[in-house]
Design a binder for this molecule. Structure first.
Ligand SMILES: [Zn+2]
Length: 266
């Protein structure tokens, strides 16, 4: 008889995220490579939690994050690439732009303070906290076609981030023309001295987080990268946790609510 190891489906604060699959299975180390450590961590900023979901390994995800709200992404199992695209929720023709973001920020890496710009040069979001040294926005997304070219025709049956993006984009009335160059949260893509790019083992770890604040209402598309042919996910795709916290309430707003009796005075 094998002892059943209980799986923690809440974080240290007792919060249980929602999940489209069985959370106990998604958070069980037995679902992943030997030695996998899973850490649900928690939001990086204060404020009421308005959305809290775990994205299973290899799955897509999307949500609208309202202006002022903060999205914390938790790398639950460590070294897991979260490929990400941003759109103006009001007009998806306005979307994340790698060249605008890099030229305005003056650096190839994304770090705390980086403003994520649209193809119109507007601020879509700003990175407000980041627990790994640098985040990538030049490594691009994997896909079926590039996998077969890079790794051989036997990978044809594997879906990639491009297929995840297309499936999730379809839910919002978008298609192939809307899939542009993306962000890769937690992916390690060093730019070498001679300008070449590497895709190497991650600099992240279980429970590491990044958080960005929406500067307008944005639609966020994420592919929890299914790649198993290079080290971008440590050859072991694991879940991501997405936590949206409400905009921090200003003191005058709080005073007004208290005066109206719509908020407890405690
Ligand atoms: Zn991928």
């Amino acid at each position: 008889m094998t002892a059943t190891v209980p799986v923690a489906v809440t974080d240290a604060a007792g919060r249980r995220p929602s999940c489209p699959a069985d959370l106990a299975v998604v958070l069980s180390p037995a679902s992943y490579a030997g030695g996998t450590v899973l850490d649900l961590s928690g939001p990086l900023t204060a404020g009421e939690i308005v959305l809290d979901e775990v994205v299973p390994a290899r799955a897509p995800w999307s949500a609208v994050v309202r202006a002022g709200q903060v999205l914390t992404i938790v790398d639950v199992g460590g070294n897991q690439s979260g490929d990400c695209l941003l759109y103006s929720a009001a007009d998806t023709g306005e979307r994340y732009s790698v060249p605008d973001t890099i030229s305005w920020s003056g650096t190839a890496y994304v770090r705390t303070g980086t403003v994520l710009r649209s193809n119109y040069g507007n601020a879509l979001a700003t990175v407000v906290a980041n627990e790994i040294d640098r985040q990538d926005t030049i490594g691009g997304a994997c896909g079926k076609e590039s996998n077969t070219l890079r790794y051989g025709h036997h990978t044809m049956a594997e879906h990639g981030c491009r297929e995840n993006f297309l499936a999730e984009a379809a839910r919002h009335g978008m298609g192939a023309r809307d899939i542009v160059s993306n962000l890769n949260w937690f992916m390690n893509v060093p730019v070498e001295a001679d300008g070449t790019l590497g895709i190497v083992d991650g600099i992240s770890g279980p429970g590491k987080r990044v958080a960005f604040r929406a500067d307008m209402d944005i639609l966020v598309l994420v592919s929890n990268c299914p790649q198993v042919n290079n080290p971008c996910n440590g050859f072991n795709p694991t879940p991501l946790r997405m936590i949206v916290t409400a905009a921090a309430e200003t003191a005058p707003e709080k005073a007004r609510k208290t005066a109206q009796g719509t908020e407890p005075r405690a």
